[in-house]
Design a protein around this ligand. Structure first.
Ligand code: ATP
Ligand code: MG
Length: 687
């Protein structure tokens, strides 16, 4: 034991005495040692924090830089549409990267606060695994890596669990594998684990993510699972990343009742294995593999051993006979010896040139036709980042098709079917950019949103398809705006200064119908909010909202969120028309002339209606009065007498002072327009 000796001297009757104390100081020593450890830990945490901050700052600033710089470029310089598009694509990717970082940080803090919950829904294992590989394929192929995705035959088709979180783990592990590998192969493999005890309805799957990259030294293998830690700060700055991915993955695996571990040799590569526990689902036998390729002989030439194994597994499971070769030389040897017995050749794009020269020069003594059956049909495996236009000499083959790597089951089987002429549907080319269609029955939308930019985005999207948008910058304004003008839909932000979206909705739902025809208690309200946690949705629905959309959103997502309201609106209009169809008495004229007049009505009316509505919004009497005769002319041409009368009434009201009455008259005109339109469209179609 550690002792402390203290001595005190004293003189008594001329003699010197000493009193000694021996103290056991083990506790004190331990206390000091523990203080020292704490200090060290604090220092290292502090260092880690600084490193994390430096890293995070870098990770956030780089995409931010691209976003700010490139938007500036697009706004302030003259660029061709292609250049603009390219710049904006980078802006989009950078924004996506930022969003991922933010989601990572949120996940981590939720996990650390113990507030993380998992979903449990049935999902297809193959879709998730292949989906992750597909999403990362371009990244892998740009670096010249082979990417594989393999599911053992015993993995069930459907299980019950949290597909998004499984995807998140796979995404991070495969992302790391690609990031830290410069040559060779990366891939995911899934298999079923032997029964580990636990409930009978539980199933344990083992996923392995393999790479041939820089590897991780033994002494760092435990620490990479800690948050914000990376093997080497300077190295990871080169590769990018915040050091959160593995920490989140480990927590998710823990939550899913599994374990994650890693094997790695520096300079050779790493394998991350993780197990997860899912619930078994009654197997759906209808989706089982039917041996659609029975009787088909396939010869596959691909240098990658894993690739060959994947191909073999997939094709044999569908009944094909498969022979695999590792390169053109082996193929040459085979051809020299015999005519291969197969009716389909699969070849990696890298071997295509060699294959063509071999087929052109191979000696074929005793064989009459140089173009024998087996080389008629060729399926070429191409990397995800390479267009098929880069390949030459293909006219040598009677039939050829391309398949983007990594191998995925459905696309592979489809490509083979197409090549064999069993499927005539054309290969899908990336079409022109989708155009947003104008909505024939636009909605009046009240957008309640305090942020300028969000307002601008939402209005732009909605107006592009023809909806009419009124904005309120805060909750308080909503009530007053609704008094003045009813709306078909409210898009509601949640967090606003003053009255927030939840409280505004609560008050609206408790209100009686308004004089202008609005029913605040029932008007559809959809939350559009940056509060994106699962419980936020519940909150919105609980106060009586009808839908929920989290920011950031893509334009299509906004339109999809309001689609049910649009549909209901359309149905209502349609019912209205069917109940009361207009009687059209077109002027006496030849059928051609009548058709021309109908056409003119259909073409000109939508734009004029837009102007009419806008004029009313701005209470612009002159424009209204100028438009009415023009519209009456068009109505007369198609014999829409009731519409003509209503337009006349509209003119009368416009000349008066009361805008409420004018508005009501316009509403009648609008409805009658819809009826006439519908009747005319029907006639044009029948004609
Ligand atoms: P993030 O995933 O948050 O963007 P990150 O990839 O750096 O950043 P983690 O996924 O947690 O963070 O990985 C932590 C560290 O572990 C990496 O920085 C790297 O040093 C090491 N590492 C992870 N996977 C591999 C791998 N496959 N090969 C080599 N090193 C790896
Ligand atoms: Mg990572």
């Amino acid at each position: 034991i550690d002792l402390e000796l203290s001595l005190v001297s004293m003189v008594t009757r001329g003699e010197l005495y000493f009193t000694g104390f021996l103290n056991d100081i083990t506790d004190k020593r331990q206390f000091i040692a523990s203080l020292r450890d704490t200090l060290k830990a604090a220092e290292s945490a502090n260092r880690a924090k600084s490193e994390f901050l430096a890293n995070m700052s870098h990770e956030i600033r780089s995409p931010m830089n691209a976003i700010i710089g490139l938007t500036d470029l697009v706004l302030n310089t003259l660029l061709t549409p292609e250049e603009q598009r390219r710049n904006l694509e980078v802006v989009q990717q950078s924004s996506q990267a930022l969003l991922e970082i933010i989601n990572g940080i949120l996940d981590m803090s939720k996990i650390e606060a113990g507030q993380f919950t998992l979903e449990s829904v049935p999902f297809t294992v193959r879709d998730q695994v292949e989906g992750v590989c597909e999403a990362l394929a371009v990244k892998a192929h740009q670096k010249g890596l082979e990417l594989h995705c393999q599911l053992a035959g015993d993995v069930p088709k459907t299980v019950e669990g949290d597909p998004l979180r499984l995807r998140q783990i796979l995404f991070n592990l495969l992302g790391n594998a690609i990031k830290f590998t410069t040559s060779g192969e990366v891939g995911i493999r899934a298999e079923r684990m032997a029964w580990k005890g636990g409930g009978i309805r539980e199933i344990h799957l083992l996923f392995s993510v393999t790479d041939t990259g820089i590897g991780i030294p033994l002494d760092k293998q435990v620490m990479v699972f800690d948050s914000f830690t990376q093997v080497d700060g300077s190295v990871s700055r080169r590769y990018g990343g915040t050091g959160l991915g593995l920490a989140i993955s480990k927590h998710l695996v823990d939550l899913m009742g599994g374990k994650i571990r890693l094997e790695s040799t520096p300079g050779q590569g790493s394998v991350f294995h993780f197990s997860v526990c899912f619930r078994m689902v009654e197997e759906d036998r209808t989706g089982e593999v039917i041996p659609t390729l029975a009787g088909l002989g396939v010869l596959a030439v691909w240098p990658s051993a894993t690739g060959r194994a994947c191909l073999q597994e997939l094709l044999e499971a569908n009944g094909a006979r498969v022979r695999t070769l590792d390169g053109i030389e082996t193929l040459a040897a085979v051809i020299r010896a015999e005519e291969p017995a197969c009716n389909l050749l699969i070849v990696d794009h890298a071997l295509l040139g060699d294959l063509i020269s071999l087929l052109d020069t191979a000696p074929r003594e005793g064989r009459p036709s140089p173009n024998s059956l087996w080389e008629d049909r060729v399926l070429i495996l191409t990397p995800a980042n390479l267009g098929s236009g880069n390949l030459h000499g293909l006219d040598r083959f009677q039939h050829h098709a391309f398949l983007k790597k990594p191998l995925r089951r459905e696309p592979l089987l489809k490509a083979i079917d197409r090549l064999l002429g069993r499927l005539v549907e054309p290969a899908t080319e990336p079409g022109p950019r989708a155009v947003l269609r104008r909505e024939p029955h636009p909605l009046d939308i009240l957008l309640v949103e305090d942020s300028d930019h969000s307002r601008q985005l939402a209005s732009a999207v909605l107006e592009q398809v023809g909806h009419r948008v009124t904005v309120a910058e805060r909750g308080e304004q909503v009530f007053e705006l609704l008094q003045r003008r009813p709306c078909d839909l409210i898009l509601m932000d949640l967090q606003m200064p003053g009255l927030g979206g939840l409280e505004t909705t609560r008050r609206l739902r408790a209100m009686a119908p308004l004089a202008g025809g609005c029913h605040p208690a029932t008007v559809p309200i959809i939350a559009v909010t940056a509060r994106a946690q699962a419980e936020d949705r519940e909150l919105c629905l609980a106060v009586g909202m009808n839908g929920y959309l989290s920011k950031p959103y893509r334009p299509r997502e906004l339109l999809a969120a309001i689609a049910p309201v649009v549909q209901a609106h359309r149905d209502r209009i349609l019912r209205n028309r069917l109940a009361d169809p207009p009687r059209l008495r077109p002027p006496v004229a030849s059928p051609e002339v009548q058709a021309g007049l109908r056409q003119a009505f259909l073409e000109q009316v939508p734009a004029l209606r837009d102007v009419l509505r806008r004029a009313l919004e701005q209470e612009n009497r002159e424009t209204l009065l100028r438009l009415v005769p023009e519209l009456r002319g068009l109505a007369r041409n198609v014999g829409a007498a009731r519409l003509g009368a209503q337009l006349l009434k509209l003119r009368g009201k416009t000349e008066g002072e009361d805008w409420t009455e004018t508005r009501a008259a316009l509403q009648e005109v609008e409805e009658e327009f819809d009826r006439v339109w519908n009747a005319l469209e029907g006639t044009s179609r029948d004609a």
